[in-house]
Design a protein around this ligand. Structure first.
Ligand code: ADP
Ligand code: MG
Length: 556
């Protein structure tokens, strides 16, 4: 099957390296589609509010329990190149919009499955690709058309959107509280752009998690939480109306670059040497005191003697704070990060209502909270066990991204498969405007979109045929928000059910899935290099390995 050599004038010409495997045409396409479909098969049972969770065990035995498409695919180690491309779709959707990862993989799988039906009827893949792309373009226009503008100051509306993204997760029970936290956090850090819109940088929202307590103890802190303790036992553990200095140089005597040696010949000299060190450290602390700071957060170390003087001055200090936390702190408290203590003045100090060391389970953490208009905040996630807080963190990520999406582009559609069913319906009518066989591809694209409501219904234990017939009937009567109400196992108006999602998520799902399906369909030749670089014969056995090689492209 592999045509790794050809002949020229009777002489074989070797084109590909020994051990290379090649599969061509139909066979290559079939393999790719099969692999991609299998990936979709894995994640589709986790779609929607009634979707199941997956337990993933890595090779070290660590367990992850999740329902997040991107996480599932990240954790499983796929081999087949086409399967890897499906994993990439989930990743790209995750990066762009944060939610909709499972949907994109399910939809891409459905697109390929439908394409296979056409290939079996001898429709050329490039015709299918053209039809798919035309359909996708039309679908994006339709989404734009039905999208509803939202007012970003309508907190109720934002809460509904945040809750929808968490509804399909382990944390759905607590989505009223978590949703509120997500809305408050993103609104707090959102900044106006020159064009009059909003911009959200999720780096400004720190998510700290600690197993223990219950999910209901999860809190939004208008400031920063540091997983560090106060450096010296003699320092205050609580300071109200804090004036905070952020220092990124060490409060230590600098060691010389080269190794130096100081020879001391009598005890007096030793005394002087120590006193000088002492004096230098004290002068550092004096500079801090002079600025009026009562809290010092230092990115580097703090010498024992400096700690002593700081404690004596009643200053609370934390050392070895991460650089990223220093930046966040600066955005939260309004302090300027100072390199050189000589430059430190009262103007550089930030402020917070309260700085306090608290016990969180077995650790001691420093809370800097009650900042006036923090441009950086922290969500402290609590929950029964490590796995619960891990999954809560992932769900919060989705919800935060969704909030960023709507704040930056305030347009939404209903969920529950309603927009997919609507577009499918419209596309079927529109397909007649297409020429020749591309028409078939457009219809298949519409059928593939139905996979979303269909899987939502199946996962909720609803009858797929009855549900889809009812859904289609209502859609064709023009009830565009009709979808699968998976919670109450019925076909319903999803807008009225408050299942609402940013339109950009739906658009990204269509874009990414169509892209990967087209890419895979265009491939008619897979050439895979042999995995082992060296022939794996016994040492000295000379050249007998290599025949056939290991083959790098099988679906192991
Ligand atoms: P994804 O990774 O694609 O976001 P999810 O498991 O989060 O996957 O499921 C998202 C799908 O579930 C979307 O189509 C969304 O509209 C739908 N959905 C969310 N909440 C509900 C609900 N209460 N009823 C029906 N569908 C819902
Ligand atoms: Mg989701």
């Amino acid at each position: 099957m592999a045509s790794i050599q050809t002949t020229a004038g009777g002489m074989p010409v070797l084109i590909l390296k020994e051990g290379t495997k090649e599969s061509k045409g139909r066979e290559a396409q079939k393999n790719n589609i099969m692999a991609a479909k299998l990936i979709a098969e894995i994640v589709k049972t986790s779609l929607g509010p009634r979707g199941m969770d997956k337990m993933l065990v890595d090779n070290l035995g660590d367990v992850t329990i999740t329902n997040d498409g991107a996480t599932i695919l990240k954790e499983i180690d796929v081999q087949h190149p086409a399967a890897k491309m499906m994993v990439e779709v989930a990743k790209s959707v995750d990066n762009e919009v944060g939610d909709g990862t499972t949907s994109s993989v399910v939809f891409a799988g459905a697109l390929l499955e439908r394409a296979e039906e056409l290939i079996n009827k001898d429709v050329h893949p490039s015709v299918i690709v053209d039809g798919y792309n035309a359909a996708a373009e039309q679908a994006l226009k339709l989404l734009e058309k039905i999208a509803v503008q939202v007012d970003v100051s309508d907190k109720d509306m934002l809460l509904k959107i945040a809750r929808t993204s968490m509804d399909s997760k382990l944390v759905s029970e607590d989505s009223p509280l978590l949703g509120q936290i997500v809305v408050d956090a993103t609104k707090q850090v959102a900044e106006k752009t020159d064009e009059g819109g909003l911009k959200v940088d999720l780096d400004d929202i720190k998510v700290e998690k600690k197993a223990g307590g219950s999910m209901r103890d999860t809190k939004l802190i208008r400031g920063i939480v540091l997983d560090k303790e106060v450096v010296h036992a003699g320092m205050p553990k609580r300071i109200e109306k804090a004036k905070i200095a952020l220092v990124n140089s060490a409060l230590e005597i600098e060691k010389t670059e080269m190794s130096a040696e100081i020879r001391i010949s009598d005890p007096q000299q030793m005394q002087m040497f120590l006193e000088e060190e002492n004096r230098m450290l004290k002068s550092m602390v004096d500079k801090i005191k002079a600025s009026g700071a009562n809290v010092v957060l230092c990115q580097k170390g703090i010498d024992d003697i400096a700690q002593h003087y700081l404690a004596k001055a009643g200053v609370l200090a934390v050392r070895r704070v991460k650089e990223s936390d220093m930046t966040k702190m600066s955005r939260a408290t309004g302090a300027r990060i100072v390199n050189n203590l000589d430059d430190l003045t009262s103007k550089d100090l930030g402020s917070a209502e309260l700085v306090e060391e608290r016990k969180v389970e077995t650790d001691k953490w420093v809370f800097i909270e009650g900042c006036k208009n923090p441009k950086s905040v922290t969500i402290l996630v609590r929950g029964g066990s490590q796995r619960v807080v891990d999954e809560a963190e992932r769900s919060l990520h989705d919800a935060l991204m969704v909030m960023k999406d709507v704040l930056e582009k305030p347009a939404i559609v209903a969920g529950g498969g309603a927009p997919e069913a609507y577009i499918a319906n419209e596309l079927r009518q529109w397909s007649s405007s297409q020429e020749g066989r591309a028409q078939l591809a457009v219809q298949k694209f519409a059928d593939a979109l139905d996979a979303i409501p269909l899987n939502l219904a199946e996962n909720a234990g609803m009858d797929p045929i009855d549900t889809m017939t009812e859904l289609r009937a209502k859609q064709s009567k023009g009830a565009k928000w009709t979808g699968v109400d998976a919670r109450n196992t019925q076909v319903a108006d999803m807008y009225k059910q408050n299942v609402l999602e940013p339109v950009v998520v739906k658009q990204q799902i269509i874009k990414s899935a169509t892209e990967v399906a087209s890419m895979l369909l265009r491939i008619d030749d897979v050439i895979a290099a042999s995995k082992s670089k060296m022939p794996s014969g016994p040492p000295g056995g000379g050249g007998m390995g290599g025949m056939g090689g290991m083959g790098g492209m099988g679906m192991e």
